[in-house]
Design a protein around this ligand. Structure first.
Ligand code: ADP
Ligand code: MG
Length: 260
């Protein structure tokens, strides 16, 4: 599977990367409520009773979000599952009033697909690679915490405007061999999401965020190494830097007798 090799002190390592991409779906309203999703509004001005998780509120799926996720699946030649399910992913955090995120853990809307990536723009014929996509699922975003910048003031504020905003999460297979391939994959994926109008992919506004899963293993090993996940990267530059940093950190760690 992997072809990228790093010469270490004790042997040769290959790199395995899988990416999770969260893209905010372009819609007027949230995934399970009618509240607006526009960026930059006054804090807590776009929060319905559903988003604030008032007891007894009934989340009703936004048809447009499902449609957009299906379109994304079609754009990457993926299997569209006629039956899918939302689950509760429980965790406690101040930006999540429900105490759980509604996501699709076990039965995603979109199954396996793939993306053809051009690795060398100057040589589009010689260097294409197909990267597998495991699934695409639909889920809610959390709210945002704002912490006081004055170190003597121990106060944080909660803005729930983003709570319940629709996301698709696109999960790649661990088919990516190095940081350049990761950037090529993200560039291609972003182009598609923009072209089919599923997301504006505005990385400064957080509309596209990447979790990079990185591991190394001895060349020829048929087992994957232990992965490290670097979450919420909001530029391709930081994805590249994070992968490169992890490659040297992990290979040096293992060579010095440590464990990832
Ligand atoms: P989780 O939510 O636990 O992170 P996901 O299934 O959403 O799980 O995503 C896991 C990601 O990690 C996928 O992109 C997958 O390809 C990748 N991955 C799995 N195992 C490895 C590994 N050993 N090294 C690198 N990437 C991996
Ligand atoms: Mg993950």
């Amino acid at each position: 599977m992997s072809t990228y090799r790093i010469a270490g002190a004790t042997g040769v390592w290959e790199v395995v990367v899988g990416l999770e991409v969260h893209a905010q779906i372009t819609t007027q309203s949230k995934l399970f409520s009618g509240a607006a999703t526009a960026f930059g509004a006054e804090p807590n001005s776009q929060v319905s009773l559903v988003d604030a998780a008032m007891p007894g509120m009934l989340p009703v799926p936004n048809r447009e979000c499902i449609r957009q996720a299906v379109r994304t699946g079609l754009a990457i030649n993926a299997q569209i599952n006629k039956w899918s399910r939302f689950d509760r992913k429980n965790y406690f955090y101040a930006d999540l009033p429900q105490g759980y995120q509604i996501s699709q853990l076990y039965h995603p809307l979109v199954g396996e697909g793939s993306l053809e990536v051009v690795l060398d723009e100057k040589d589009p014929e010689g260097s294409a690679k197909t990267i597998g996509i495991e699934r695409i699922h639909v889920e809610q975003d959390a709210g945002k915490l704002m912490h006081s910048e004055d170190p003597s003031v121990h106060e944080s504020y909660v803005d729930l405007n983003r709570a319940g905003t629709p996301l698709i999460e696109i999960v790649s297979e661990p088919d990516i061999d190095n940081s350049d391939e990761a950037v090529a994959y993200l560039t291609e994926l972003k182009k598609i999401l923009e072209y089919i109008d599923v997301s504006d992919c505005n990385m400064e506004q957080g509309s596209l965020r990447v979790d990079a899963n990185v591991s190394v293993r001895p060349v020829g090993s048929d087992k994957l190494g232990t992965r490290v996940e670097i979450k919420n990267l909001n530029s391709f530059k930081s994805v590249k830097a994070a992968i490169e940093y992890e490659i040297s950190r992990q290979s040096e760690l293992i060579e010095s007798g440590g464990k990832v």
